[in-house]
Every structure is written in C-alpha cells, then in structure tokens.
Design a protein around this ligand. Structure first.
Ligand code: GLN
Length: 575
C-alpha cells in the first residue's frame, strides 16, 4: 500500500493561485496512474465556510454531503473530475472543535490537552482518514493562508510531525511569488527567500518552489533562490501567469513537475493518461465566436476581482459550456440597483433595461437578503418579455417565480417571505422545519444543503439536457426505488444551498399560467426546475439547486450547455 502526502503552502502573499496549483499537481499525478485525492486546510476559526460572506472569503462551495467549504474544493473537483466529501476539508475551528469534543468525552484519558501536540495530531488523523476513505495513494493537501501568519503555524507543525515519522512519504511545495517592480526590471527573489526562512524556523524545508510571476523565472533567478535556500535548481519550477487556469497542469508537466514529485516520493510513473486533458486544451485553444453574458446581482463596493471570486463556479460553468460550443464567454457584472426604481430614476431604469438587449444571455445567480431584489425582478421580467435567454440559479429561480406570479398570474405584491414576511402571496416561503431553526437562531450549517434527487418531466428542456448527461442521472439511481408516483424515468442529483422554497400551494396556479415545473422532488412538494416552453421563450430556465457546482471542464453541465447554446443562437441571429 502506498500512502504519500504532498503539502502545498503559500509564501509572500495570498491570492497567487495556490488552490489551482494544488489542483494541477493532483491532476498530473492522477494522470501518472495514481489514485489521488485533494484536501483543503482553511485557517479560519469558522467551523465551515457557510457563515462567511462571499465578498470576504470568496464563493461558498457545497459538496454532495452538504459541506459548505472553500471554493478551492471546487477547483479540486473540476481538475480531478471526482466528487469530494467534507472529510477532505478542515478549518481551524473544526479541528479545535473535534479536539474539544474528544476531551469532553474523556478521549484523552486524563492528559493535559495542549495545542501541540494534540491539535497537529488531530490534523494528521483527519488527513490520514481522508486518504484511507478515498483509497488514495497520494493526498495533495493545501494549507490556506500565507507562511509567516500566526494562524497556520499548527498546520505547519503537523507537516513537520508527519515528515519526521514518514520522511520518504512527505513532500512540501511552496507556491511563492516573485514581484516585478517595473516592466524591464528583474523578478525579485528576496521575498521568496524570506518565506523559505520562515518555513525553516518552523522546522521545514520546501522540496519544491513553484515560482509564480508575471513571466517565467530565468536561470539566474533560479540559481539565486537555489543557492540561498539550499535547494537544487531543478526544484524551482516556473509558474508564470497564464490565460486559462486549465493550461497549468500541462505547464507543470512540461516542467517535469510530475516526474520530480514522484521521484521525491520514491515512486514511479505507472502510466500516462494526460491525453484527455491535452485534447481538451487543444480543442479549446481556438474559439470561433464570443457570447456576451450579463450577470445581474447585488454588487456594492466590490471590485471586479472580488466579484469573480464570489461567483467563481458560475463563471467556470459558463466557460466550460462555452468550450463545448467553441465559444468564448464574455461577462459583464450588472448591478441590480440599475433596474431598481427605489435606487434609480424611472427613466434611467428603462434605459438600463434597454441595454440588456445587447446581451446574448442573462444570469441571475444565487444570493440572500433584500437588497437589489426589485432590480433583479425587473431584469428577469425584461429577459422573459424580450426573449433573452435566461438562467436563474437558486435565488434567481425564486425571483423568476415572484416575477411570474406578479406579472403573469396578476398577484400584485407576491414575494418571497425572505424579503417581505407579510406579503399577501408568499409564492416563495420557508418550510416548517426551517422556520423552527430560524426562530432558535440555529443558522450555521442548517440550510437545505448538499445533493438531493429531482424527477425530471419528459419532453422539457431539462429532460433534453439531462438525458445525455449520465454523470448527473447516475448519482440518484440507487434512490430511485424509493421514489413516489411522481418519479419520472429520469432522476437527477444536484447540490443545494437554500432555506426558502417555491411554495407548493402555488404550484398549480403557476402551472395553470404556463410555467412548467420540469424538475420536482420525489415527494412532489419541492420545485427543483422551472422553465417556459420553447414556443413562448427560447430559453427561460431556473433551478432551485446550484448546477454550477457540478460542472467540470471536460464534462460541462448540461443546463449550462443548453443556456450557452441558446445564447449562441441569439448571437448568430443578431449578427
Ligand atoms: N436566499 C435564498 C434562500 O435561502 C436563495 C439562496 C441561494 O441563492 N443560495 O432560499
């Protein structure tokens, strides 16, 4: 049995792509014939990412088992093409919680429980369990934060302890950054040297440095780092900026990082299955068209970078679907406030709505709370009336239902109780079990979270999408026998993160008014997908779940594919 550990830590500064580097390492080793899993250590005291604001911490990613976690878990899944579980994710809060619970259960048998060694030992135990459970030969473990920060010290201590016990099985990769002060200047190595010294003071020596920089590190700089940090030149690997994150595994392969890592871990390449990734890259290198997608959300005081980070999976899913169509996807962030009569004058609202006509598709992604809501509803109404392809994700679907109830059924004042607790027509409501949790302020990890099955109605857009997507249908197959009479012959599984639902009392009224509930929970109570028939609108679809969380570059999500295809068709019509 092989059990190897590759730790990936970051030096100099955050945001240099540690998660993508870890994912790419996992991918190239998987393509060398090993079973690889990836594990994220998040240094926050939050027990999970569910309580973190996405504009601070980035998107909250959700796994099949309902774990709310860091967006890097999404990168691992996309690069490894595997579903992961909460056993592969840890925060400072969760590890301390497990140590404290063990202590409360007399699990330490009367010993004084100390930060060291007990916390690092709990870290090691959880990592080892994850490798065991996933039958992984190799675990790639990303340590969040930046070397030198107080908060990741116990995790570095865990690496040191594990390495001390298994010197041939543990390797440490430092993802560092070499700044370039001006265009003609050299890449600066000093911050990297200091990061290595800080690691040294934690009893660790990196085995590899991935040198992130604007352009590839030259030999002279490699020699400088090697000389000053006690390393060989070949263990300093260039990791320059790239156009697409999906190029990185092949860049690492070209730099022989897979061979170097395997050698360091005393194992050999078993095979080379990198052709699929190579073909994907060459297939997508040349796009033949560009579709323009407007993403309507509540954006305030956030730069474009933060927005991209908060909606990472949505963007990736759109890009993946673009690849399938050989289309590049251009995004615009559109603040819903621009369509909200309480924030913008009536005349400007109309002008702003008119501008939506220039888009090939409109997405209203997930969200929470009241701000920007009327603007989103206006944008959805415009997309529906003007036949602009529309995809509503979670809150986006709930608001599409509010819009439909108000403007098509004629229920003035219809709303979600999340925004208006006293609406005369609560078309989106909170379920009884959730009501109780809210009343008791039990808000962490208590939404409807993770994978749930949905039955898909034949002949619908959803059916045509999913029927050719076995990965989504497969996951629910085992549960099919327990389905009620609502079960159709296609059952899918998708990931959720929400507290509110389309109120079942209004299903019939919505249907009578022409809205199709094309996906529904096996109980028949919870609407999972809504859509309009193609005779009425080219593509108007909303999902209560988050399809973006399950899209992979080599296997894009079927609903996103249909959406981008509809956007592409609109583009061609207007050309
Ligand atoms: N706020 C809505 C709910 O809780 C939607 C959540 C979301 O979009 N993820 O149901």
């Amino acid at each position: 049995m092989i059990r190897k550990y590759i730790f990936v830590a970051g030096g100099v500064m955050s945001g240099v792509g540690k998660g993508v580097a870890a994912s790419s390492i996992a991918r190239i080793l998987k393509d060398s014939g090993y079973h690889v899993t990836a594990f994220k250590i998040d240094p926050y005291v939050n027990v999970d990412a569910g309580t973190m604001n996405p504009t601070e911490h980035g998107e909250v990613f959700v796994l099949n088992d309902g774990t709310e976690c860091d967006q890097d878990m999404g990168n691992y899944e996309r690069f490894l093409e595997e579903d992961l579980s909460g056993g592969n994710y840890m925060t400072t809060g969760s590890v301390y919680l497990s140590v404290i619970q063990k202590e409360r259960n007399l699990g330490y048998e009367g010993k004084c429980v100390e930060v060291v060694p007990h916390v690092p030992l709990a870290v090691i135990e959880k990592i080892q369990k994850a490798l065991h459970r996933t039958h992984a030969d190799i675990g790639v473990i990303e340590i969040g934060g930046t070397i030198g920060e107080y908060q990741n010290i116990v995790f570095l201590e865990a690496v040191r302890m594990l390495q001390q016990q298994h010197p041939n099985d543990v390797t440490l990769v430092l993802v560092s950054y070499l700044p370039l002060l001006n265009k003609d200047n050299e890449l600066k190595t000093k911050p990297t040297q200091y990061a290595v010294r800080t690691l040294n003071s934690a009893g660790l020596q990196p085995d590899f440095i991935l040198a992130r920089s604007a352009h590839p590190i030259d030999l002279k700089r490699k020699q400088k780092i090697a000389f000053n940090c006690n390393m060989s030149e070949e263990s300093i690997v260039a990791a320059p900026d790239v156009g697409s994150i999906y190029d990185i595994p092949l860049n690492f392969k070209r730099a022989h990082l897979d061979t170097l890592l395997l050698r360091k871990l005393h194992i050999r390449r078993r095979t080379d299955t990198s052709d699929a990734w190579k073909q994907f890259i060459s297939r997508t290198a040349h796009t033949t068209s560009t579709v323009r997608i407007g993403i309507v959300g509540k954006y305030f005081s956030s730069g474009a970078f933060m927005l991209a980070d908060s909606y990472l999976s949505v963007i990736e899913a759109l890009r993946h679907a673009g690849f399938a169509q050989r289309s590049a996807v251009a995004f615009d962030w559109i603040d819903a406030g621009a369509f909200d009569p309480s924030e913008t004058s009536r005349a400007d609202v109309s002008k702003n709505l008119e501008r939506l006509r220039g888009y090939d598709g409109i997405v209203v992604p997930g969200g929470f709370g009241a701000r920007g809501i009327e603007g989103k509803i206006e944008a959805i109404a415009y997309a529906r009336r003007e036949g602009i392809p529309f995809l509503g994700l979670c809150y986006g679907m709930q608001l599409a239902v509010v819009e439909y109830a108000r403007h098509v059924i004629g229920l003035a004042g219809a709303h979600t109780v999340e925004v208006d607790a006293h609406t005369p027509y609560p078309v989106v409501d909170v379920m009884p079990d959730q009501k109780e949790l809210i009343a008791r302020n039990r808000l962490g990890g208590t939404m409807r979270l993770g994978a749930f099955p949905a039955c898909i109605q034949k002949g619908t857009i959803a059916y045509h999408a999913y029927v050719h997507a076995p990965r989504f249908a497969q996951a629910a197959r085992g549960k099919k026998s327990s389905m009620s009479s609502h079960a159709q012959d296609l059952v899918i599984s998708e990931r959720h993160r929400h507290r509110y639902e389309i109120n079942p009392d209004y299903h019939q009224a919505l249907r009578d008014a022409g809205l199709i509930i094309s996906g529904i929970s096996p109980s028949g109570k919870l609407a999972e997908i809504i859509e309009l028939p193609p005779s009425v609108h080219p593509f108007f679809v909303g999902t209560q779940f988050h399809p973006e969380l399950r899209s992979w570059p080599l296997d894009p999500h079927p609903l996103f594919k249909k959406f981008i295809a509809a956007a592409h068709a609109r583009r061609q019509l207007s050309a």
